[in-house]
Design a protein around this ligand. Sequence first.
Ligand code: MTE
Length: 353
Amino acid sequence: AGAPAIRKVLPASWFIDYGTNAEMRWESVDPQRYRTPQARLFVRNHTATPTIDPADYRLRVFGDGLRDPVGRSFDLRELRRRFRTVEVTAVHECTGNGRSFFASQQRATVSGTPWTLGAVGTVTWQGVRLRDVLAAAGLRPDAVSIQATGLDAPYVDKGVDHGRVRRPFPVAKALDDALLAWGANGRPLLPDHGYPLRLVLPGWIGIASVKWLGSLEVATTELTSPWNTRWYNVDGPLTVNPVRSAWELPWAASLPAGRRVTLTGRSWSGAAPIARVDVSTDGGATWSRARLHPARGRGWTQWTHTWHRPAAGAHELLARATDAHGRSQPDVAAVNPNGYFFDAVVRHPVTVG
Ligand code: MTE
């Protein structure tokens, strides 16, 4: 039986609850607090959160990409003692974040969890470098692909058993910045977030960061799974997250009339730091630059905008970020059947007065 999901015992005011999934409400975000507490981090599960006894836990690493294909297993003690502990601060985000705006802003029909913009957080992960563990497991120089498989129950959809949640990724990403994480923000992972060990591929779409990591198959040929061919694929497997922005306001928001109101928000990109954020308080007629606060690591960028003499009535707030690679947010996102990568500027409704 799956452990009760943490979101079920938390205040509804923190989340929008979609059953097996839960989304952070932006109005529950503390503007003073950079990191997203695990208790408020969105949850995205294909099945149910499993109960795993850390004493029995083993990570199995095997495959023809190792000098000995039989491979070996690591328990948590060995992982923690043998390898250097590292910390990585990064945005953690589901690629379907913003999906509901395909329907509400673009009148496009797509399937999947109808997230608004809360399937995202910034987390400081604690763990070990995957490259260190692969070296200890005897990685061969001609290995190209690694399949990560979770210990949660097989995913059955409309009577079809697709097997355990699993997704391959290139060895190059493993050697670059992939992490095997046991902690988030200095605490052990909560059950919903992958306890006792999860993979973290910084900057990549959420499905790449397999929770309750059971095994890593290392191969000299390209591996595939339904999670990179059938789902999370638009003309090829999706990898790096796009640029997105959100106002730290309820949906819809009510603001008091007055001389000025200070608005805050956050922008992020899977590829590079945020270089600028343009905001509009009149539905896109005029724009100004938001004041950016420095990002930490690969986390999001917080920003502030002072709105002078907002007129009473209904308005739309817009924010458009651009990252250091020049990637920005379009007015209209590219439509795809499963509603991934909604990166368009979101029109946030606000009433003043
Ligand atoms: N890993 C396993 N084993 N099972 C899952 O259902 N969901 C993935 C990914 N890893 C999933 C998984 C998806 S789609 C996302 S967006 C992230 O985990 C969500 O991580 P979180 O619930 O810790 O926020």
